[in-house]
Ligand binder design. Structure first.
Ligand SMILES: [Zn+2]
Length: 210
């Protein structure tokens, strides 16, 4: 597999980008990963990069985007932070990825059994983590649920994770006029999804593609 060229990147629409990721995840779960010839791709990208997507996911050791979407060197920008939330720095990174480097699709990817979501459900307080978890709490409060709202209830935890993906997608557009404008002009797309840590499958919220 050769690395993406500028011409390749320009031909990839948000819909085609989403298709590439879906196909990559299918290869991953069926153990039919491509031979990415990574060192060759290092050489091919040495003068520049043309990634087609920027993926925001959790720091969780099980959710590495290049692995779960079977991508190589130079294919995707990968922003990772506990609970896949955004702050100014991550928004700035996404603006660079899309406006400067030409990526066509933003993916906000949550995952099941997320430790950060569990921490927010349980009101965990620990150093700087407290401030991070505060960004997830509106999603805990935003889920309409009658029952155990602690981390012991994985059904609730995963509902909060989905709500958190949707809220993060909203935050990206309300806090970045640059990205909002690009989405409105259909220069880029944004989509949410959930990675299942038990199966390796990514379920995209396709109707959320804008
Ligand atoms: Zn997580």
């Amino acid at each position: 597999m050769r690395a993406l060229t500028k011409e390749d990147q320009e031909k990839i629409t948000p819909e085609k980008g989403l298709e590439r990721l879906k196909e990559g995840n299918k290869r991953f779960v069926s153990n039919k990963m491509l031979d990415h010839t990574l060192l060759q791709q290092v050489n091919e990208t040495s003068k520049g990069q043309n990634p087609f997507a920027v993926i925001l996911s959790c720091i969780d050791s099980r959710t590495s985007s290049e692995l779960i979407f079977d991508q190589g060197i130079g294919d995707i920008f990968n922003a990772r932070v506990a609970g896949n939330i955004v702050n100014e720095d991550i928004l700035g990174s996404m603006e660079f990825a899309c406006k400067v480097a030409g990526s066509k699709l933003i993916v906000v990817l949550g995952h099941t059994s997320c430790g950060a979501i569990k921490g927010a459900c349980d009101n965990v307080e620990l150093g700087n983590l407290t401030v991070l978890l505060d960004k997830i709490k509106p999603s805990v409060e935003g889920v309409d649920y009658n029952g155990d709202k602690s981390s012991k209830n994985l059904e609730f935890v995963d509902m909060v994770a989905e709500e958190n993906v949707r809220r993060t997608m909203g935050d990206i557009q309300s806090k970045s006029s640059t990205l909002k404008e690009m989405i409105q002009n259909r220069e880029i797309g944004i989509v949410g999804g959930m990675y299942d840590v038990e199966t390796g499958v990514v379920d995209f919220y396709e109707h959320s593609l804008q």
